[in-house]
Design a protein around this ligand. Sequence first.
Ligand code: ADP
Length: 260
Amino acid sequence: MADQASGGPLIRFEEVVKKFGDNVVLNGLNLDINAGERVTLIGPSGSGKTTILRLLMTLERINGGRIWVGGEPFSHMDKGGKLVPASESYLRAKRKRIGMVFQQFNLFPNMSVRKNITEGPVHTLGVGKDEADQRAEELLEMVGLSDKIDAHPTQLSGGQQQRVAIARALAMRPEILLLDEVTSALDPELVAGVLDVLRDIARSTDITMLCVTHEMGFARDVSHRVFMFDEGRIAEEGPPEQLFGDPQEERTKTFLKAVL
Ligand code: ADP
């Protein structure tokens, strides 16, 4: 059993099966991530990377196996081996440990930047308004947008919106930060600013990070481990200097040749 208290992984995928209709996206995936680790998932489109993040965020349900966070399962098997999903309230509690930033920012368009960041802490965590405000100011300073606290998302560039989305995720003080291709929707000149903010977070916090990205330079800089995915399987994994510098698998070599 994955028991974090006795030194087990923070995140464990155990024989996880995920299907969309007849399409088997993950077929018995095993994956362990330790607290404080920064892990990057790379690989071709459609290989199941985003699905892994969405399963962790409980935006999708598994069809088999088990996912554990902090030694506690998201679902369990009954005596007959049938998968029993956890209750919505249990999953909601689990979800509080996890923050996610999406490709398309997903800010609340009718709320100011301040409100976007304080809404979750105040309404979901019960943090006082003054404390939430102060934290929003600190986070905006960290992402370089102190002067935008009263702006609305439509007044911001894509890169600025994404930096607000990162601040919003961190305002919930998650243990785990999931980043799903967070620069893919940005104009090229805005990508570096967002990646710099993430590099800073990686340097200055011990948050566990799980990133899906096509930015190989970023993956190399921030990751402790890189997983190369292909057709729902881990084709290869290793520290970035090994995976990028001396890949062992043919699939990794052809993928890297195409993207680098
Ligand atoms: P990646 O992130 O590696 O590009 P995804 O996890 O997004 O891959 O997708 C893996 C597979 O699952 C693809 O074949 C995709 O079409 C399918 N898929 C993902 N989400 C859904 C969904 N909501 N409904 C149906 N199929 C989906």
